[in-house]
Design a protein around this ligand. Structure first.
Ligand code: ATP
Ligand code: MG
Length: 399
């Protein structure tokens, strides 16, 4: 038998719940699927009821490669490969046995599930099931039928244009299509937590921008490359990310030289927030994202987070806030950022760290220290302006 023409069937996840927005969600999902599959030769996407039909543009394309690319597209609950065959039982029955041979050989029980969208097809769904069940039992006599929890379900779908034989569905990435929830700007360090936080917010449908604070010569070019490598991994799921690298040395040195040592980290973090939100606004982002988790370090106690938040006038999303390190690491491994994150390049947060940071900081004292700093001869507002002007912007795409 000739090689069967294969397509991929995609089931939307939560999209079904979104009522009026559904159309917009489906259109975005279709576009995201097309972008994700572009490196494998591209695909056409068409919709019918709650299923999307993904057809390779290049008939020689490797369907497994396409499945692997689109299995990272958020908004997909499940996907399966399917063979497209002529709408005749004489073709459907032997094709089903060939196409699902491995699955059927390794199963003990099966059932047939027929879907008849083409109401002109001469057999009704129960008749298709009965005929196919009998045929498959003859070909694979070791099988028995189990309609409740079969090892393998043979789905035969009759549409207007053709019949489709489905392979077993696999789980999709879940979540919501990137872009349907607006845009957020991630504060990305080279650590384990912020790439995971980025991935989690992309999963909820947010497009991403990113900002990284670099303090050369205290931090190296390799630390910046590490951030790029991490974002390239995240971009496999989120699509492209606009990365802003902010030169932060001058501000950090001014804080170090003029502020009480035990407040250094928090004051630095508050300036990071002020700069990040200026960049976020420019990029059309409505929120910041950070990888903070309550209690993980002194700057992430509840009291410290209150002081950090007071510097912000947009929401700071912290998706890993209630997670243990092991839980964060589990996701980092899954999205393949962990091995990069643990490379030992310094981050600007780890230079000038106080020996005894305050775990119960006072916002009033911090504000006083900042006022004193802002009254210095070297004006901080100018430094912030300079940092923004000298920020380098680049687009990070998946590797
Ligand atoms: P991570 O593992 O993501 O580095 P962390 O536990 O090391 O987080 P901190 O270094 O205190 O925590 O930073 C907390 C959060 O602040 C980070 O998750 C990140 O969102 C942000 N952040 C820290 N350093 C930078 C930086 N150099 N540039 C941009 N954002 C940063
Ligand atoms: Mg860090």
């Amino acid at each position: 038998m000739n090689k069967l023409k294969e397509i991929i069937l995609v089931k939307n996840g939560e999209l079904a719940l979104k009522g009026l927005n559904r159309r917009n969600f489906e259109e975005t999902l279709a576009k995201n699927i097309q972008k994700a599959a572009a490196p494998c030769g591209g695909v056409n996407v068409w919709r019918a009821q709650s299923t999307m039909y993904v057809t390779p543009l290049d008939s020689g394309a490797d369907i497994e490669d396409i499945v692997s690319c689109i299995s990272r597209v958020f908004g997909i609950a499940a996907l399966s490969r399917a063979a497209e065959v002529e709408k005749s039982m004489d073709v459907i029955l032997p094709s089903a046995c060939t196409y699902l041979k491995d699955d059927l050989e390794n199963a003990r029980t099966f059932k047939v599930n027929a879907k008849r969208a083409d109401k002109k097809f001469p057999l009704k769904s129960p008749e298709i099931c009965a005929m196919a069940g009998e045929y498959i039992l003859k070909q694979f006599p070791h099988l028995t039928v189990d309609v409740y929890s079969p090892d393998v379900t043979v789905t035969i779908e009759i549409r207007d244009t053709a019949a489709y034989l489905h392979k077993q569905p696999i789980r999709g990435a879940g979540g919501l299509p990137v872009g349907t929830g607006g845009r957020a700007c991630v504060m990305i360090s080279g650590g384990i937590d912020s790439p995971v936080a980025s991935w989690m917010m992309a999963k909820r449908g947010l497009a991403l921008s990113a900002v990284n604070f670099a303090s050369p010569p205290y931090t190296s070019r390799r630390a910046e490359d590490k951030v790029r490598d991490l974002l390239r991994k995240v971009a496999r799921w989120s699509g492209e990310i606009r990365l802003h690298i902010v030169p932060f040395t001058e501000i950090q040195e001014a804080i170090r030289d003029n502020c009480p040592e035990d407040m250094l980290t928090l004051i630095m973090r508050r300036y990071m927030i002020k700069i990040a939100q200026a960049i976020a606004c420019e990029d059309g982002a409505q929120a910041l994202v950070s990888g903070e988790s309550v209690g993980q370090v002194a700057s992430q106690t509840l009291g410290a987070l209150v002081c950090t938040d007071a510097a912000a006038n947009m929401p700071i999303l912290r998706p890993v806030i209630g997670m243990d390190k092991e839980e964060i690491v589990e996701i980092a491994r899954r999205i393949d950022t962990f091995e990069i994150s643990i490379l030992p390049f310094e981050d600007c947060c780890t230079v000038f760290t106080p020996k005894h940071p305050k775990t119960k900081p006072s916002l009033d004292k911090i504000l006083l220290a900042e006022t004193a700093l802002e009254n210095e001869r070297i004006c901080v507002a100018d430094m912030i302006e300079r940092a923004l002007v000298n920020t380098a912007v680049e687009i990070i795409r998946s590797e």
